[in-house]
Design a protein around this ligand. Sequence first.
Ligand SMILES: C[S@@+](CC[C@H](N)C(=O)[O-])C[C@H]1O[C@@H](n2cnc3c(N)ncnc32)[C@H](O)[C@@H]1O
Length: 312
Amino acid sequence: MVLPIARLLMLMRRGSGKDLSTTKKQCVMVTNNFIDVYADTHIRSSVGMIAEAIRLTDSGSAAVLGCGRCGEIPVRLLNETFELVDLVDIDREALAAVDEQCKKWDEEKNSYQVHCTDLTGMIARVERRASELVAKTVDPVACLEQLGVLLESTAPEFWAPPRGERYDLLVCSMVLTQLQALVRESVEKIYLGRFPEYAPAMLKHKSWCESVWNFARNLEDDFIEHLGTLIKPQGIVYLSETVHVSWLTQLDEQSVSTEGRWITLRTSRLTDYLRPGDTIIKEQHWDWLREDKEGDFCGRLYGVQAVIYRVS
Ligand SMILES: C[S@@+](CC[C@H](N)C(=O)[O-])C[C@H]1O[C@@H](n2cnc3c(N)ncnc32)[C@H](O)[C@@H]1O
């Protein structure tokens, strides 16, 4: 079926063509690209890939970690296929919305269970310690360094199902980069609650930025390692992430420009996180346009990568 093009974007990429992971450079324009962006590419691709992962498994139990509102997850197919589907997220409202939707289907069986929890097991501990540090500090800059050390030195205690069983299928759709974001934001909120005028300085503070980067990448590695403890031998994992992001500026009705593409992870390939024994079954990537205004920007263009893999 051919879908109408939602938007034909002319992406005028200002950049060296390299991925910029930490520094924002002003560069010259080197290429003009036309990109076809369909309104539903993201949801269709995501649902299609997860449906393939479900077919490879076909029975037993599954978990969706960071399920949110299941906007990109075929939750009904999961419910039909598996005897147990654990839906896990920290967002109580999102889980309530999913629960309500599932009840409306009035299926013969309801395999799903919702779990409102912090997947990292870090947020409450980090918040408590950050509040103590911020309350007793006299030097906002030194405090930022201490908060960086706190992030780097607090070990995650990842969620595991109360029953202790292992799953046949794990779905981790767009959660990998969000784990670190939520923990970091909880610390930033506490700090900026006391020192709001330090918001711009915080973005440039060298040791804080380095700590945040190290913390994020280590948490991502640890999370992938943890998946190995949640899944049965030969089990299937679906993992996807917005590996690239470009902030867009509107030029005219059909054209946008961007200063470059940033990598949200350690490298530009999601599968670099996989462990030596993991076997890639399928990889796919697609563009996802989000037209939400953010300051001077008219939206973001994400480069999504998704992988289905089998653990050893
Ligand atoms: C980008 S959204 C995923 C969207 C979802 N896959 C969907 O189909 O709509 C990331 C989700 O991860 C959840 N999340 C982030 N950090 C978390 C944490 N520490 N524990 C549990 N959930 C977390 C967020 O609440 C959010 O719902």
